[in-house]
Design a protein around this ligand. Structure first.
Ligand code: FRU
Length: 528
């Protein structure tokens, strides 16, 4: 997403960058961080990935290789607002603890390095490595700001690069671009995957408010297979950062293909969000199961999420991570040294229900390693009406995992939920309204929101809970991720309280609710 006001700055910076593409960027980041305590600034996530300093947006190039999960990401190393895009880089042995590595891809004469993906070329199809030493290959969008400024429509083209040293250093292919723009303004974000049946590499990429699927035998020449999106799905804005992958339906042998498509704007709660489709894919064409519009996350702050490639078969999970922000305010959120973070990594699965396939998102199991043993509180069964404060012992709410198991016996219960509150009476409210059959997140009076008129809102998600309800929440300095009923509904939200939330309050309107049990965990920070 290009921020129009920043455009002249981008051009200037681009001109400078073209002259210095191969220089490593000045390492101010770490020392700036230290000035206020390493990863200790107000609002700094403690167990989410964020860059040491400066701007990040989409996750890119998610690939597992040789014991490491790679997280590349849209990065501007010179400022904490969006600018000429690079690929930042971090690796993790466990999806949780991240080590920052130098910038992987710099802009060059073909343009900025926009979003894309990475794979391990196991058959050496592109010829960059050997069968014994398979290369990591990245495919990304070159976004040429000079051409864009000139009024041309062909400023986004796809390029590739390879690494023979586990993503540490990269060589761009001399024949770039490998997929030239056919005259379409928005032509970007290729996600590459291996299609086993046709034995071809494929990409799915965003093209205006559609996706295109291409195939290739060598990653250098791409053939258009099909287009998807006309007359189906949400079209409030441009489509971005698609993904396409097979998933086995739980408890069956049925394989379905899942397509993720981010869209901006057009989210049901305003701004950016990611929709998904389920269907069949034969390597050529995607046929959707139905025309329902469905969202992977109903919160306002999960965008451009995609999945890891090359996860070993013995693991077999489909692992996802998103950018935890929204283009409506991402450039102005009140953080200092850095701007923006990733969601917690999630495992995606599919269940069949009433003839529909539903995408489930769960926090990855590795997160339980961060539970602090000394900081665990179990709450016994109790009933309540109105508001009831619950003690969380020594646990710092701002760095916690909260699990609740509710039962409502009283069918008159209109609404129940959880309030995080501080001494200034700022409140972040998570509620379920049985009457409206919906979840809501109310951050209207949750603290610092003056940076954007679009931030202090209520977001809503249709949901029917029956009489039992399980809530699972992760709170981390400036974010709350809510997983309802084992991942059937997810809502990810940023929040910037002026002071830390210290009180946990349960509420029920119009009736008695039983809290069957609750468990709270302090979560250890992942940074040294
Ligand atoms: C999505 C996006 C992508 C683009 C990138 C630029 O957030 O707009 O479509 O490649 O960001 O940073």
């Amino acid at each position: 997403m290009i921020q129009p006001l920043e455009f002249p700055i981008c051009i200037l910076a681009f001109a400078i960058l073209l002259g210095s593409c191969n220089k490593s960027h000045v390492k101010t980041s770490r020392s700036e961080g230290i000035a206020s305590g390493y990863y200790n600034e107000q609002y700094r996530p403690q167990f989410h990935f964020s860059p040491e300093a400066h701007w990040m947006n989409d996750p890119n190039g998610l690939v597992y290789f040789d014991g490491e999960y790679h997280l590349f990401y849209q990065y501007y190393p010179d400022s904490s607002v969006w600018g000429p895009m690079h690929w930042g880089h971090a690796v993790s042995p466990d999806l949780i603890h991240w080590k920052h590595l130098p910038v992987a891809l710099y802009p060059d004469s073909l343009g900025y390095i926009f979003s894309g993906s990475a794979v391990i070329d196991l058959t050496n199809a592109a010829g960059f490595g050997s069968d014994e030493k398979p290369p990591m290959v990245a495919i990304f969008t070159y976004h040429n700001p000079i051409l864009e400024k000139s009024g041309s429509n062909v400023f986004q083209n796809q390029g590739i690069a390879f690494s023979l040293d586990k993503g540490r250093t990269w060589t761009k292919y001399s024949g770039n671009p490998v997929l030239k723009n056919p005259g379409i303004r928005d032509f970007r974000d290729p996600k590459m995957f291996w299609h086993a049946q046709t034995k071809k590499w494929e990409i799915i990429m965003a093209v205006n408010d559609r996706v295109h699927i291409y195939s290739s035998s060598n990653m250098k020449e791409w053939n258009l297979e099909s287009e998807f999106g006309m007359g189906i799905g949400a079209h409030g804005g441009v489509w971005e950062c698609p993904d396409l992958f097979p998933l086995k339906v739980e408890g069956t042998d049925i394989i379905k293909w899942v397509m993720l498509v981010s869209i901006n704007p057009g989210e049901p709660n305003s701004g950016s969000a990611t929709q998904y489709f389920t269907g069949e894919f034969d390597g050529h064409k995607f046929i959707p199961d139905n025309s329902n519009i469905r969202w992977i996350d109903w919160g306002r702050d999960d965008y451009a999420g995609v999945t890891w490639s090359n996860i070993p078969g013995r693991d077999g999970r489909r692992l996802f991570i998103g950018w935890m922000s929204n283009w409506e305010y991402a450039t102005v959120v009140p953080t200092t040294v850095w701007r923006n973070a990733a969601t917690i990594p999630r495992e995606l699965s599919l269940i069949a229900e009433n003839g529909n396939y539903i995408l489930i998102s769960k926090p990855v199991r590795e997160l339980t390693k961060l539970r602090s043993e000394s900081d665990t509180v179990s709450i016994k069964s109790q009933s309540f009406t109105g508001e009831k404060e619950i003690s969380t012992g020594e646990i710092s709410l701002m760095q916690s995992e909260l699990l609740f198991d509710f039962k409502f016996l009283d069918t008159r219960v209109d609404s129940l939920g959880i309030i995080l509150e501080n001494g200034l009476k700022e409140r972040f409210i998570t509620g379920y309204s049985a009457a409206q059959k919906q979840f809501y997140i109310d951050r209207r009076v949750s603290g610092n929101s003056g940076f954007s008129k679009n931030f202090a809102t209520i977001s809503k998600a249709p949901y029917f809970a029956g009489t039992d309800l399980k809530l699972h929440m992760f709170v981390d300095a400036s974010s709350v991720e809510l997983f309802v009923d084992d991942g059937r509904l997810v809502m990810t939200s940023l929040v910037f309280p002026t002071e830390k939330f210290t009180r946990l309050i349960l509420f029920s309107k119009n009736g008695n609710v039983i809290l069957n049990k609750a468990e709270f965990h302090g979560i250890e920070r992942i940074w040294p």
